[in-house]
Design a protein around this ligand. Structure first.
Ligand SMILES: [Zn+2]
Length: 168
């Protein structure tokens, strides 16, 4: 998959990129990260974190590249946002992600005190928000964000489908 037609010349972005277009629609930023992840051979999932209408962190999946099973887009975005805001909590921040978060990411979202989660595709196989363990609904979950799923769902699902079909 070629990333050039998505307007990014450097798919291996750094956190500095989050300042590139602070007014960009955050779900579009997440999608750009997902496409960049696909171009790197990673499962195409991207995330962006917003505070006060400004994207403070963005990331795509990197488990293969980093040899790190925890390097999901949400985890990397949370780490970068905490670093950027110099805080271990992201109260008042909203997370945009192209796929329903898994159990690990849902846990990190809760610990980070993220205010709202907007996700694109539902993930019946690996999701933990509206599928699976429904992490935020458990009594052991001490902070649950507001959740809005299914935003641009078909676009995200198509991206994932194309990625896995290419690798068959
Ligand atoms: Zn995850």
């Amino acid at each position: 998959m070629n990333n050039a037609d998505h307007g990014r010349t450097d798919p291996g972005l750094d956190k500095d990129d989050s300042a590139a277009d602070p007014k960009a629609d955050p779900m579009s930023v997440a999608f750009a990260e997902a496409r960049a992840a696909a171009a790197r051979g990673e499962v195409p999932v991207g995330a962006a974190i917003v505070r006060d209408g400004r994207v403070v962190a963005r990331a795509g999946n990197r488990p293969r590249e980093l040899r790190d099973p925890s390097a999901h887009a949400e985890m990397l975005a949370i780490r970068r946002a905490c670093e950027a805001l110099d805080d271990e909590r992201l109260s008042g921040c909203d997370l945009y992600v192209t796929l329903e978060p898994c159990t690990m990411c849902a846990g990190a979202i809760s610990f980070a005190r993220i205010r709202r989660v907007y996700y694109a595709a539902h993930d019946p196989k690996g999701g933990a928000v509206d599928n699976g363990v429904r992490f935020f609904d458990q009594p052991t979950c001490h902070h649950a964000p507001e959740v809005y799923g299914g935003i641009r769902e078909s676009e995200a699902a198509e991206l994932l489908k194309a990625f896995f079909e290419e690798r068959r």
